[in-house]
Design a protein around this ligand. Structure first.
Ligand code: IPD
Length: 274
C-alpha cells in the first residue's frame, strides 16, 4: 500500500465511531419530535432538521479525525465531495438518515450509512439502524460482519423461491414505471418487501434475511456502504448489461440468481423510464 494511504481497518474504525455518534443524535432528536421539515425533489421527498444536523455533526467529526479528506453527504453535498479526496485519496460518502420517511413516521427503521472510498474504490463501510442499534460493517477483501458474526448471503438458486426487496423513487412518473416493473416481476418470485431504507435492504440481503435486492434511482450515499457489505457477504452487486451498480440500477443477488433476475429486469426495462 502507498505510504500516504490509510489502512482499511483504520478507516472502518473511524466510520463506525462516526456512525454510532450520528445514530445517537438522530434517535435523540426523533424522541423530541420531528422539526424543520421541508421537501427536496418532490412533495414526498422530505428532509428534516435532523438530517441536516446529523450530517453537520458527522462531517465535523470526520474533519477532526482526518482533516484532508473529501466528504460527499446527502444533504449538503460536501463542498469538496466530488474530488478524489485530498492527498490521501480518501472520500467519505454519507447518508445521515437513510429512510427519512420512516423517520418522519416514527417507524423504527432508518439508518446512518457511511463508506470510505480510497482512489475511487469503496474499501470500508458501515450501516447502523439508529433505533435498534443493528450494525453491519465490511472491509473490502475482509468480509462483512454483524455483531461479530461473518455474514453469508442467501444460497437460494431458484428465483421462484426468492424473497425480493426493492424500493421506489420520489418522482411520481418514475414510481409508476417502477410499479409496472414490479407487477410483471412478482409472478416470478416468492414475494417482495419494501422496507424504505436502501442501505438496510442491502444489509438484509447480505445476511440472507432477503434473497435479493434491486432498485433504480439510488444515489451513491444510498448504496456505497451497503453495496460493499453485500459484496463481501458473497452477493454479486452490479447493474444491467455489464454496468456497475449506479443510478440506472443496483442489483444485489447471489451468483445463481443474478442472471435470471438480471434478465427479467432487462426485459422489463427496469433501468429505463423517467
Ligand atoms: C431513500 C430510501 C428508500 C429508497 C429511496 C431512497 P432517503 O433514501 O433509501 O428506501 O427506496 O430510493 O431515496 O430519501 O430516505 O435518504
Amino acid at each position: 500500500m502507498d505510504g500516504t494511504r490509510p489502512g482499511r481497518d483504520e478507516l472502518l474504525e473511524i466510520a463506525v465511531e462516526v456512525a454510532r455518534q450520528a445514530a445517537d443524535t438522530a434517535r435523540r432528536m426523533r424522541a423530541d419530535g420531528v422539526s424543520g421539515i421541508s421537501t427536496k425533489s418532490t412533495a414526498t421527498d422530505v428532509v428534516t432538521a435532523a438530517d441536516r444536523a446529523v450530517e453537520r455533526e458527522a462531517v465535523a467529526t470526520l474533519r477532526a479525525a482526518r482533516p484532508g479528506d473529501a466528504v460527499l453527504g446527502e444533504e449538503y453535498g460536501g463542498a469538496d465531495g466530488t474530488g478524489p479526496g485530498g492527498d490521501a485519496g480518501v472520500r467519505w460518502i454519507l447518508d445521515p438518515i437513510d429512510g427519512t420517511v420512516n423517520y418522519l413516521y416514527g417507524l423504527p427503521h432508518y439508518a446512518v450509512s457511511l463508506a470510505a472510498e480510497v482512489d475511487g474504490e469503496v474499501v470500508a463501510g458501515v450501516v447502523r439502524n439508529a433505533v435498534t442499534g443493528d450494525e453491519w460493517t465490511a472491509i473490502r477483501g475482509g468480509g462483512a460482519y454483524r455483531a461479530g458474526e461473518r455474514l453469508r448471503s442467501s444460497t437460494e438458486t431458484d428465483l421462484g423461491k426468492a424473497l425480493v426487496a426493492t424500493g421506489f423513487g420520489y418522482d411520481p412518473a418514475r414510481r409508476a414505471h417502477q410499479a409496472g416493473v414490479l407487477a410483471e416481476l412478482i409472478p416470478h418470485v416468492r414475494d417482495i418487501r419494501r422496507f424504505g431504507v436502501a442501505s438496510i435492504d442491502l444489509c438484509l440481503a447480505a445476511e440472507g434475511s432477503v434473497d435479493v435486492y434491486y432498485e433504480k434511482g439510488l444515489n451513491l450515499w444510498d448504496h456505497a456502504a451497503g453495496g460493499l457489505i453485500a459484496t463481501e457477504s458473497g452477493l454479486r452487486v452490479d447493474g444491467l448489461a455489464g454496468a456497475g451498480p449506479g443510478p440506472d440500477l443496483v442489483i444485489a443477488a447471489p451468483p445463481a440468481l443474478f442472471g435470471p433476475l438480471h434478465d427479467h429486469l432487462a426485459r422489463l426495462d427496469a433501468a429505463g423510464g423517467p
